[in-house]
Every structure is written in structure tokens, then in C-alpha cells.
Design a protein around this ligand. Structure first.
Ligand SMILES: *Cc1c(COP(=O)(O)O)cnc(C)c1O
Length: 423
């Protein structure tokens, strides 16, 4: 095991030896009033802007200006197949086959569209299992799907809960739930990396378990994409969705991703909502043909997509592909391990990291509980130039992103936290 050391010199050495160090310079780093870089640890909420994004977006603005409608076929990156330019690189990022991946819509919308297909309740099997502390949007989406199908959203949601006094979820508890209720559960829908605790679930284990009981299984990977090696294809999950504005650095409110496992690629029986973009590309513009389903995840598209947003995604994915997700995760583990080491070295009895200690069960985020703290701690951190986020009642979430955060960012963050707590 690699041994971390205390002191700023060690942080400087790690930065000097960091093979990805040059990438920081390819991002716009937000600055304080005096022009110093802020310590930005909020990539789990909104990733920073790559410097190339402007160029990619400008190219589409220029082509639109000079070509008008002709840009659909004549733009340097023609708009008609534009989403296809993202597919292969996005598939690599999430560990899927190209036919399984599409960029479309926004995240919660995709979750709904996936549930149209993969939540098919019957009188015997209509319940949905989610994790107790699921992201609110996911919870609301699930509850509204249940109501839409005429079920009571209180009775038909089964929660996978942490035990009393614990924060993390245990697989043996999930097994127990399935043993008791598996035959009633139509869908298991879990956040692949929990937004609050940072717990990264074993997608394959959950999928196998769900399938064993005849449930469909899907994941919201908003906190996983660009952060951990999701291996979606191998997980066997029926579907997954994620956004691109968190770790994937594609801009506020940017489009989202969807994964549909290859085994559903040619299904003509799955229920789904469709539009002209789910129709056969060859005959789409004849406009009068009967509906002809596109195979693969593309077949879940509805509309012609916003090219400007896709240009920003392309800029970011080009960088991800250049680095490679394995290299990225290698640094991520080093960086977050160092962060954990420094927090633990504070030996402060009021501080507890609720994120799993095991590197295989987390991404870059650490959720740090400060038992004596209230919201003023977050204010003080912000005033000290640290951008992280606060979750009631007493948790700060910090996500050192391996593409642009440094070991010195992490070192300085912990020093400032220490000083604030000692005040
Ligand atoms: C960020 C996030 C969302 C946000 O949904 P949008 O539709 O993009 O606004 C939803 N679910 C999870 C798990 C998230 O992390």
C-alpha cells in the first residue's frame, strides 16, 4: 500500500509526479476577488468548463450562421447524426457497447422514459424498490410513475434503508427484502453512487439479485459517470441514466445519457414513448411511413437534439477519451485516499467520514460529517475560498475531481478546515 505523508512538501511532490497534472490547465478555474484560484471541490454538482468548450460551441454557432438549415447535412459536424459523434466515447466512459448508449433529453426525463419501458406493473408485481436516501428527483419520479399506473405511492415503494446508527446500506439487507418481497417488486431503481454518502454500489451484484427474483433493474448513475468505472454492460442492468453536467463537465443543465442493455436492443414488445427520432434514420424524412423502430438505445430518442449542448459534451468527452477512464480512476483513488488520510490525521473526534473506506465502494467524493457543525461551517469554508457543498444536518460533501483538482487543493482544504474548527 502507498504511504502518504503529512506536510505541504508531500502534496507538492505528488502534484509534480502526477501524470494528469497538465489537464488542470485545460480548465477555467473559478477565482476569488483577488484573482487566486478557488479550491473547487464541487465537481459532483457542476463540473468545471474545459477551455476547448467555447471552440466546439462556436463552431456550431458559425455553421448555423453561414449554413442555416443546410447545416443539418453540411456542417463540419453535421447536425442530423450529431449525437452519433458522442456515442462511442460516452460508451467508453460508462463501460458499455455503442448500441447500448445514447445522449438525449435530461436526466429525470430519461429516468421517466426508461420507466415507461422497464416499469411494467401487474396486479401481483407492481412495487418499486429504491434506496431510502435516494436523490429527491428520483424519488419523485418513481412515486409519480406509481400514481400514473394507479398505485398508492406510499404502499408501493419499498425502501432499502440503512440500519439504525449507520449511514451505509448493506447487501444482506437488500437480500432480505428480496427474499420477503421479491415476487412483488417490478423494478429496482438505485442511485449507482449515492449522492449523499458517496457509497458506490456493486451494480452487478444488485442486478443479479434483482434478476434472480424476476425484477427489472436500473441505475441512476448521475454521481457515477466520469467518476467510477461503471461497466454498465457487464453489470447486466436493464437500463441506466446519468447527467453530463457533474463529473462530465458539459455545462449547466446539459443533456443526459441513457443505457439500455443490448439484450433489449431489438425488442419490439417493450412499451415505450416514441417520436420521429426513434424512427429508422433511412426513412425518417419521408415523413409518411408507418413507424419503424430504430434498434438500440437510439430508439428511445424522441426529438432532434440541441446541438449547442451536444457540442459542449463532445468537447468534454474528447478530453475523457484522451485521458482514459482507467488513468482517471487511478489518480482519483490516490487523490481521495490522500484526502482521507489528511482528514483522519486531524484526529478530531467530531469528524467522521461517512463515505465507505473501501476504495472499490466509492468514487472521488468524501462526505464528511462534522458533529458540532451547523451551516456556518460551510459559510466559513466558502469565505476561505473552498467551494464544497453542505447537506443538512451536518455533512460537507467534497469531491476532488482528478482532471482538475490537485493534491495541494486537498492539502489546503484540510488545513483551512482545521483552522476553522480550532477557532
Ligand atoms: C443530479 C441528480 C439529478 C438531477 O436531475 P436533473 O433531471 O438533471 O435535474 C437527479 N438524480 C440524481 C441521482 C442526481 O444525482
Amino acid at each position: 500500500m502507498f504511504e502518504y505523508q503529512l506536510g505541504i512538501d508531500f502534496a507538492k511532490t505528488l502534484d509534480k509526479n502526477d501524470p494528469l497534472a497538465l489537464y488542470r490547465n485545460q480548465f477555467h478555474i473559478p477565482k476569488d476577488d483577488t484573482g487566486n484560484d478557488l479550491i473547487y471541490l464541487c465537481g459532483n454538482s457542476l463540473g468545471l468548463q474545459p477551455k476547448t468548450t467555447k471552440q466546439y460551441v462556436n463552431q456550431e454557432l458559425e455553421d448555423w450562421a453561414t449554413l442555416g438549415v443546410e447545416g443539418h447535412t453540411e456542417a463540419r459536424h453535421p447536425w442530423l447524426p450529431y449525437h452519433e459523434f458522442l456515442t462511442e466515447s460516452m460508451a467508453k466512459v460508462v463501460g458499455a457497447k455503442p448500441i447500448e448508449v445514447v445522449v438525449m433529453n435530461t436526466l429525470t426525463a430519461n429516468l421517466h422514459f426508461m420507466m415507461v419501458s422497464f416499469y411494467q406493473p401487474t396486479p401481483q408485481r407492481y412495487k418499486i424498490l429504491i434506496e431510502a436516501d435516494a436523490f429527491p428527483s428520483d424519488k419523485y419520479a418513481v412515486e409519480s410513475q406509481l400514481r400514473h399506473h394507479g398505485y398508492d405511492d406510499k404502499e408501493a415503494v419499498i425502501l432499502w434503508k440503512a440500519r439504525k446508527g449507520e449511514e451505509l446500506l448493506r447487501y444482506e439487507d437488500l437480500e432480505q427484502i428480496l427474499e420477503n418481497h421479491g415476487h412483488e417488486i417490478a423494478l429496482i431503481m438505485i442511485g449507482g453512487v449515492n449522492y449523499y454518502t458517496g457509497q458506490y454500489f456493486n451494480l452487478k451484484q444488485i442486478t443479479n439479485l434483482g434478476h434472480k427474483y424476476g425484477c427489472k433493474v436500473g441505475f441512476d448513475c448521475a454521481h457515477g459517470a466520469g467518476n467510477v468505472a461503471l461497466n454498465l454492460h457487464d453489470s447486466g442492468a436493464d437500463f441506466a441514466v446519468w447527467c453530463t453536467y457533474k463529473y462530465l463537465n458539459s455545462g449547466p443543465g446539459s443533456l443526459a445519457g441513457a443505457f439500455v442493455h443490448e439484450r433489449h436492443a431489438h425488442s419490439k414488445t417493450l412499451n415505450r414513448f416514441t417520436g420521429w427520432w426513434s424512427h429508422n434514420k433511412q426513412t425518417r424524412f419521408k415523413m409518411r411511413d408507418a413507424f419503424d423502430q430504430l434498434p438500440g438505445a437510439e430508439g428511445w430518442q424522441l426529438s432532434n437534439p440541441p446541438i449547442l449542448s451536444m457540442a459542449a459534451i463532445r468537447a468534454s468527452l474528447d478530453m475523457f477519451n484522451q485521458v482514459g477512464i482507467e488513468k482517471l480512476i487511478e489518480k482519483s483513488k490516490m487523490l481521495t485516499g490522500y484526502f482521507e488520510f489528511l482528514i483522519n490525521a486531524l484526529k478530531n473526534e467530531h469528524i467522521k467520514i461517512i463515505t465507505p473506506k473501501n476504495q472499490e465502494e466509492r468514487g472521488c467524493q468524501l462526505s464528511i460529517q462534522v458533529k458540532t457543525a451547523d451551516r456556518s461551517l460551510h459559510e466559513k469554508l466558502t469565505n476561505a475560498g473552498i467551494i464544497c457543498d453542505w447537506r443538512e444536518p451536518d455533512v460537507i460533501r467534497c469531491a476532488p475531481a482528478p482532471l482538475y483538482n490537485t493534491y495541494q487543493d486537498v492539502y489546503n482544504m484540510v488545513e483551512k478546515l482545521k483552522n476553522i474548527l480550532n477557532e
